[in-house]
Design a protein. Structure first.
Length: 188
């Protein structure tokens, strides 16, 4: 074998090695490019996920805020409707009580209320009994015949019943229809 042949073999061998290195280098470059692309895609996906989660969180907060505001508004509307209803009901009850105060049964009721109120105190000598102006005009003489107590007039807005006072003992008993009605409305 002469030098030229050896040179050609050597050259072919170098070409083969160079080709292998180029192939390996291309594989490494492709692999590195794929890895960089994959890393960039993962980073982009993570950023998008964080952005998505922030948007979702904001939407949830906005939704919860809107729901809270709507619930509060509904509760206010319900309370207002309830107040209106109670006001109307109270007026209706007041009208019925005023009408009742003009019936013959009311006298029996009034005397029962006075009895009940006077029984709550041990002595009536320092007491005064307040009845509505309307009741005073109708029943003052009958009440004074039955009970040894001073009478005075209270406003017709009390609707009926009586108020017992003993300023010396610090006693004040409000057994009026208005007070009874107010207590019932407050408890319901």
């Amino acid at each position: 074998m002469n030098i030229e042949e050896k040179t050609k073999i050597f050259e072919a061998s170098c070409q083969k090695l160079l080709q292998k290195e180029i192939t390996q280098l291309n594989k490494n470059i492709d692999s590195e490019i794929e890895k960089q692309i994959k890393d960039e895609v993962e980073e982009y996906e993570q950023k998008e996920e964080v952005t998505y989660n922030k948007r979702l969180e904001k939407l949830e907060k906005d939704y919860n805020k809107q729901m809270y505001l709507m619930q509060m508004e509904s509760k206010k509307e319900i309370l207002e409707a309830k107040k209106e209803w109670q006001k109307d009901l109270k007026k209706e009850v007041e009208n019925r009580v005023k009408n009742y105060a003009n019936t013959p049964e009311y006298e029996t009721f009034l005397f029962a209320r006075i009895d009940e109120t006077i029984r709550k105190t041990t002595q009536t000598q320092n007491c005064t009994l307040g009845i509505t102006q309307q009741d005073y005009e109708k029943f003052a003489s009958k009440i004074q015949e039955k009970y040894p107590i001073k009478l005075y007039q209270i406003a017709n807005s009390y609707l009926g019943g009586c108020v017992l006072e003993d300023k010396n003992a610090g006693i004040y008993i409000d057994n009026t229809l208005q007070n009874s009605m107010e207590e019932r409305f407050e408890n319901h």
